[in-house]
Ligand binder design. Structure first.
Ligand SMILES: NC(=O)c1ccc[n+]([C@@H]2O[C@H](COP(=O)([O-])OP(=O)(O)OC[C@H]3O[C@@H](n4cnc5c(N)ncnc54)[C@H](OP(=O)(O)O)[C@@H]3O)[C@@H](O)[C@H]2O)c1
Length: 369
């Protein structure tokens, strides 16, 4: 390894990091191992371990090595830790949790064109990624990263991509909302819901949302025309139909029924609580996946023919164009995700416990020093 580094003009810095200039005069940083939060088995927060010697794979041509500065905690992280997705992840343990990251480019694969070493970037991994972002060094493909909005910190930036891309997928890629349309967001007080409200407002839509009492002012200030407290009001009575699109971040039977009843014919209902993972966890991939497909198809047919409504299970997906638009909106101050608590990554267990016990309702971010 050391001779390979010398050949490329690189300097060995420590047992796991080398830095220097390659033959194209580009700064290279070769990292062979790093500190990461590892999940060796499913369980409560204490099962997570911080290890110093987790190997960092060699970059593929389209990949980027990011020196993480902040990673945010998503509900998916705590659910995965507890066993959600076990049908996929069990054979791959130990895995690294975490989807969101903000940091600096440490190295780029040979075909990466849009990013350079040293640039500040933010982005998010797909829900099924095995090597997550709770680590000093994170690998993402180029299409999952964008330059970090310069007006915000790494902590603030790390709170945005996974949630905002989920909202983007639903509203922009699936429902294809356009100016003047009416959009309903069930759960506007949550991270994805708040991102969805801001995306829809920025697209020129008329937005109504449901949320807890303490989130009402924040949602109205973000441009929602109506923010209804779901804990004290009858949402169906307080919100008048007819909407072009409804994003249901809660996705229980009651919110689904209400949202469907408020949609106009041709409208789109999108739930974030698709059952593919939970059914494959329960019945295995061979039975669970076809069962999930059958349930989805049955609902799609039923809603289309009974109500004239398009029904979707929405999942986060990388979208380079979406991430660049999200960055622009953030730069313009039109898309913000409030961060409730910041902890060093060494306190990752505390962060997960806070979310498990609902001690912190909003976003928790882990700083990576
Ligand atoms: N399918 C996917 O790819 C995908 C991607 C991201 C997230 N998700 C899922 O989507 C959900 C939301 O994620 P998140 O990151 O936004 O979580 P979050 O920030 O923890 O937000 C959850 C919020 O939901 C609100 N809420 C609970 N019950 C409600 C109800 N009956 N009506 C209206 N609001 C209600 C609460 O808001 P108040 O404080 O206002 O009461 C709570 O703060 C999670 O279940 C997550 O696992 C799925």
């Amino acid at each position: 390894m050391r001779s390979l580094l010398r050949e490329n003009g690189l300097k060995w810095l420590a047992s796991d990091v080398a830095i220097g200039w390659n033959n194209k005069n580009l700064l290279r940083c070769i990292v062979t191992s790093c500190r990461a939060v590892v999940l060796p088995r499913f369980g409560a927060a204490e099962v997570m371990e911080i290890r110093d010697d987790v190997s960092v794979p060699t970059l593929k041509p389209h990949e980027v090595l990011v020196r993480a500065r902040a990673v945010s905690v998503n509900p998916l992280d705590t659910r995965m830790r507890a066993g959600y997705g076990r049908s996929l992840f069990q054979p791959l343990l130990p895995i690294i949790l975490g989807r969101d990251v903000s940091g600096e480019v440490a190295d780029v694969g040979s075909s990466v064109k849009s990013l350079r070493v040293g640039q500040e970037v933010f982005g998010a991994l797909h829900p099924t990624a095995v090597r997550g972002t709770y680590a000093d060094y994170v690998i993402l493909s180029e299409d999952k990263l964008a330059p970090k909005p310069s007006s915000i910190s790494h902590v603030e930036a790390s709170a945005i991509p996974f949630a905002a891309l989920t909202a983007w997928r639903a509203l922009k890629s699936t429902a294809r909302i356009t100016k003047g349309q009416r959009v309903l967001v069930i759960g506007g007080g949550g991270t994805v819901g708040f991102a969805a409200v801001q995306l829809a407002v920025a697209a020129g839509c008329h937005v109504s949302t449901t949320c807890g009492d303490e989130s009402i002012d924040r949602l109205l200030a973000a441009g929602a025309e109506q923010a209804i407290d779901y804990t004290s009001e009858d949402v169906e009575v307080a919100i008048k139909g007819h909407f072009d699109a409804a994003l249901d971040t809660i996705g229980v039977a009651e919110t689904e029924r209400v949202a469907i009843s408020l949609l106009k014919r041709g409208g789109h209902y999108m739930t974030l609580q698709g059952e593919a993972a939970s059914l494959t966890d329960r019945y295995g991939i061979a039975v669970g996946l076809p069962l999930a497909t059958a349930i989805l198809l049955k609902k799609q047919i039923e809603y289309r023919y009974r109500h004239g409504i398009e029904y979707w299970w929405t999942f986060m997906r990388a979208d380079p164009e979406g991430l660049h638009e999200i960055r622009k909106l953030s730069e313009a101050g039109k898309l913000k995700i409030p961060v409730e608590k910041i902890l060093p990554i060494t306190k990752v267990r505390e962060a997960h416990e806070d979310k498990d016990r609902r001690k912190v309702i909003g976003k928790v971010v882990l700083e990576v020093d």
